[in-house]
Design a protein around this ligand. Structure first.
Ligand code: EPZ
Length: 417
């Protein structure tokens, strides 16, 4: 096991580049299942979760080649329709092979993803949508068994906005007979990126990025070549890093339109954010103002930034309330931040943060991807040494985070426990 050790107190200065978006790359790599021939994906981040989905695709018979940030995938010779438990249990997003595999092969056997630290993470809306497209779905010894001689277009309404649910159903519908509409669909930039990829492969999707997506089924798709969009969650994580260290950094590759809500809240908190030619200039204010935040589906404030923003509020001058409306258990980082001196009280789905208390370094434990990012941010701001253990969580979604932060002047290193 490895841990990351941070000596707090450095102001971050310099330039940092954002990697490709994990949550865009995962569904796009899964979409290779929909067409024979070589797909080429550029700007793919080197993350644990990306390695997991490449392993999963290889398991079912895909050929996968990786050279730096370029990944090539050919699923012309699929030999299995099963996504095994030992892979799915390490990454819930493996569920994203269900829709494309069912569309391509007419059957799929995918281990039911369990919950995770932040919540039960059910996939009932994925399965309900597939049944509406005509699939027979059954559960067998912890596996989802899906069969469909042919899928037929349907009008699907999501009771809850679901990102991977929207992505799974979009990929299942592209080869269906007739037209499918997805209402109350997720609107994230990653949904738009997937739709653009599928349209380049020959699909006929309109409305991605709006609450209603229409997919006119086609007979077949062809492989394509695309570049993965920048990771908006990583970008704002660095923005918060500038805020908590009163630093001055330039974030290259960030798409400002993808992070409007976060920029708005950062500015309210006293962080200066200015668009420059190739990225964002972010300058932390001398004082940090308390602002309330409520996580919502895109374009609202992203739940994946809740833990990071909480660290900023710990250092703010007043009292703030952060409400988590997406996941039922996404305050696990709070107890670790309290060990660093944060004054946070949880009441239902709201965390009340009394700012102004200095953070002090401590040994802390990462529990999930974004919580581990918040512990690193707290370590950057804390007086003294912070040791974050179980950093495999952070490696799921941040590429070489200690190298990128070191380049900005942070005293941070990774050691083997
Ligand atoms: C995606 O997860 C992201 N993962 C998550 O990022 C992100 O936090 C989440 O969307 C919300 O934005 C990927 O894109 C790979 P949901 P997903 O389905 O699709 C409920 C990270 O840190 N729900 O949008 O699994 C669900 O319980 C990760 O990068 C059902 O009830 O999330 C939750 O309360 C963490 N039934 C809400 O909907 C379903 O069938 C939103 O979940 C599906 C979802």
């Amino acid at each position: 096991m490895e841990k990351i050790i941070i000596e707090g107190g450095s102001r971050l200065e310099g330039t940092v580049s954002v990697s490709g978006a994990k949550n865009a790359a995962l569904p796009i790599l899964a979409s290779a299942l929909l067409a024979e021939g070589w797909n080429t994906y550029h700007n793919v981040p080197d993350l644990r979760d990306i390695r997991t989905i490449k392993r999963l695709l290889t398991e079912v018979g895909a050929e996968v080649e990786t050279e730096e940030d370029v990944v090539k995938i050919d699923t012309g010779a699929l030999k299995s329709h099963e996504a095994p438990y030992d892979l799915v249990k390490t990454m819930r997003a493996s569920i994203l092979v269900l829709g494309p595999m069912l569309a391509r092969l007419g059957r799929a056997r995918v281990s039911l993803p369990g919950g995770c630290a932040i919540g039960a993470r059910p996939v009932n809306l994925h399965l309900k949508g597939l049944q509406q497209l005509g699939a027979d779905i059954s559960l067998d010894h912890g596996y989802i068994e899906a069969q469909a001689r042919s899928l037929k277009g349907a009008d699907i309404y999501f009771d809850l906005v679901t990102v991977t649910g929207t992505e799974n159903l979009m990929m299942a519908a592209v080869l269906a007979d007739g037209v499918t509409t997805l209402s109350n669909a997720a609107r994230e930039p990653e949904i738009v990126a997937l739709a653009e990829t599928l349209n380049q492969m020959g699909a006929r999707i309109t409305g991605a990025g709006t609450p209603v997506i229409t997919i006119a089924g086609v007979d077949a798709l062809k492989p394509t070549s695309i570049t993965i969009i920048p990771d908006r969650i990583e970008a704002v994580t660095f923005m918060v890093a500038a805020g908590v260290t009163h630093g001055n950094i330039k974030i290259l590759g960030c798409e400002p339109d993808h992070v409007t809500a976060a920029i708005n809240k950062a500015r309210q908190a006293g962080i200066t954010v200015a668009a420059e030619t190739d990225g964002l200039r972010v300058v932390g204010g001398e004082t940090i103002s308390s602002v309330d935040v409520k996580t919502l589906p895109y374009p609202g404030f992203p739940t994946d930034l809740q833990a990071q923003f909480m660290v900023l509020m710990c250092l703010a001058t007043g009292l703030s309330v952060i409400s988590e409306t997406i996941f039922e258990n996404r305050f696990i980082h709070v107890s670790e931040l309290q060990r660093m001196g944060a004054d946070i009280k949880i009441s239902g789905n709201a965390a009340v943060i009394q700012g102004g208390k200095p953070l002090t370094g401590a040994p802390v434990m990462a529990t999930d991807l974004r919580a581990s990012a918040s512990l690193i941010l707290a370590g950057l701001a804390a007086e003294g040494t912070t040791e974050v253990s179980r950093v495999y969580h952070i490696d799921r979604g941040y590429e070489a985070i200690e190298r990128k932060l070191s380049q900005l002047g942070a005293h941070i290193r990774r050691v083997r426990e």
